[in-house]
Design a protein around this ligand. Structure first.
Ligand SMILES: [Mg+2]
Length: 212
């Protein structure tokens, strides 16, 4: 994150006087939630936000909201955890907003987008049955289609059907609750996002008009 270079614009974002000075006790509680959460989820590791371990911020916000005014089992205020989750939701949303999302071609009428796995969502390891680490840009693009443009998302892959369970486990770990289907035969979709795609007929027309 960088603050605006223009000093007038920067003055419109009063991080200290408009956030810390407004909510000193609340911000201190949120810092405590980060500290305790790190000890619970990343024991022995330096303080960091293990983003992939829990992504269901919207549902957690309502869960903690219902218990506002009371303490959770670990002694933390439910309202502090709710505020922490609200910051996480906002942070992820703002980071995602910088992804520019190509709109599917008009006319299909379909409301789903189909994502390739290896080389698009996961570092390529094919033909190993192991699935690679997530590729952040691909995962962010998937989340943008799902949440910013409201498309359903499916994963299509040329891995064999016997890998479906491993793929589901990978999705549940890295992007839980987002992908509704895994298909090992190419499905109908408004758009296909693939590291090996050739868009037809544009590729042919480019050759025909001498542009490469
Ligand atoms: Mg691929």
């Amino acid at each position: 994150m960088s603050l605006p270079a223009d000093s007038k614009d920067r003055k419109r974002i009063p991080l200290t006087t408009g956030v810390l000075d407004y909510f000193p006790d609340a911000v201190a509680e949120i810092a405590r939630v980060s500290f305790i959460g790190n000890e619970q989820h990343n024991p022995g590791e330096p303080l960091h936000w293990a983003r992939e371990k829990s992504t269901d911020h919207a549902d957690c916000i309502s869960r903690h909201l219902l218990e506002r005014g009371t303490l959770d089992k670990d002694g933390m205020r439910h309202s502090a955890k709710m505020a922490w989750r609200a910051l996480a939701l906002l942070q992820v949303e703002i980071e995602r907003a910088v992804v520019s999302v190509p709109l599917p071609k008009e006319g299909s009428g379909l409301r789903n987008v189909s994502f390739d796995l290896d080389g698009t969502l996961a570092e390529p390891t094919w033909p190993s049955p192991q699935i690679g680490e997530p590729i952040k840009a691909g995962v962010d693009l998937l989340l943008a289609y799902r949440y910013d443009l409201n498309y359903e998302v499916i994963v299509f892959t040329s891995r064999p059907a016997s890998h479906r369970e491993a793929i589901r486990a990978w999705l549940d770990k890295h992007i839980p609750g987002v992908v509704y289907d895994i298909v090992t035969d190419k499905p109908r979709a408004a758009a296909y996002v693939d590291d090996r795609a050739i868009t037809f007929p544009e590729a042919i027309e480019k050759v025909a008009d001498g542009s490469r």
